[in-house]
Design a protein around this ligand. Sequence first.
Ligand SMILES: [Zn+2]
Length: 370
Amino acid sequence: MSHPPLPDRDLLARQLQQLSQRDGLGDESRYARFAPALLTVAESVLTLEEEGVKGLVPRARELLADALASMSGASQRRLRAGLNWEGREQSSHGARMRQLAVDEHISDAPALAEQERSLYVPLADFILEQLAVARARAAWRKVLEAGPGAQETARFVTEQFTYYYRIFTPLAATGADIEAFLIRQARDRSDQPRDLLLAALWHFAWWLAELEDFVRVRGGNWVASTPDAEAELVAHESQSRLLLPVSEIETSLLRLSLARAERGEEVPFLAELRRTRRLQPLVNGLAKWTALCTCNPRRPRLRTCEPHQFVHATEAFAVAVEREWYRMAKWYHLPPSIVSAEHNIIGDYYLNADRNAYDLSRLRADDHDG
Ligand SMILES: [Zn+2]
């Protein structure tokens, strides 16, 4: 069974907040205001349990059960039945919940007060993280159960993306060097931070070396989720590379200088490049090229400004690689923005706290009083 995408953390946080305001939930017709995100989370918990990964999601379930318990009796019974929360039937709870969401959907959860944000956003993150980890493990277990063929595919995807990320790192760094240069230049035309151009040359040489390695070992064969996505990766990478004012001969010298540099470090690389007598012309060429930009860095003119086209292409490449990784590596679905340790502490706090001792519903009133 496939999982719906996890809901937006802010929406989930707002809906958790509503759920905690017990007074506001007495009216049965109001419970579905927080239905969309909570239903998605509940559906995901139940699907995972149905898939037999019970041991991995108890905390997410406990938090939701806790939330459900704060509702009025009638609302609670109706929502529990709709969710099939006790899991009595095995038949399509997904369809039932979708229907419930369609019937009752009113998504006007109010914005959180600042004080509430610091409580509910980490709680939403914690729930989402629990689910993301459980989903990732369930997906990986499926790969294992499906046998050697699926494992081979998983290994292939991982190895393929190892090469992409090895290119991604110096490519994104080159983009960041140039972008930082353009921002400083826009502030003050006489500010020409040479160290950023030197770093850009080094990162570019590193990127060329990783690209060469990818071509040598993997034939430079970009594999992605669709032919269009493959074409997109190729286009962003080559556009980035070709926009830089560096000739074929110079790229060869850059690669050679990096290969000769001790540990591929920047200082010995620049020393090697200086020995070829191309360092100064390369830096001058970059400086002349970046001087073409007269944009406001906040609103770059992408149609006419080459340096900004370059920065944009490097960013587009990075975004495309990330997106394709999450599309193809289904067993690895932990959202990148989530950090674990802190959320565990928050989760423990919520699970172990005495409900009578903390009354979250009072926060908003306190906020207003203050
Ligand atoms: Zn520009």
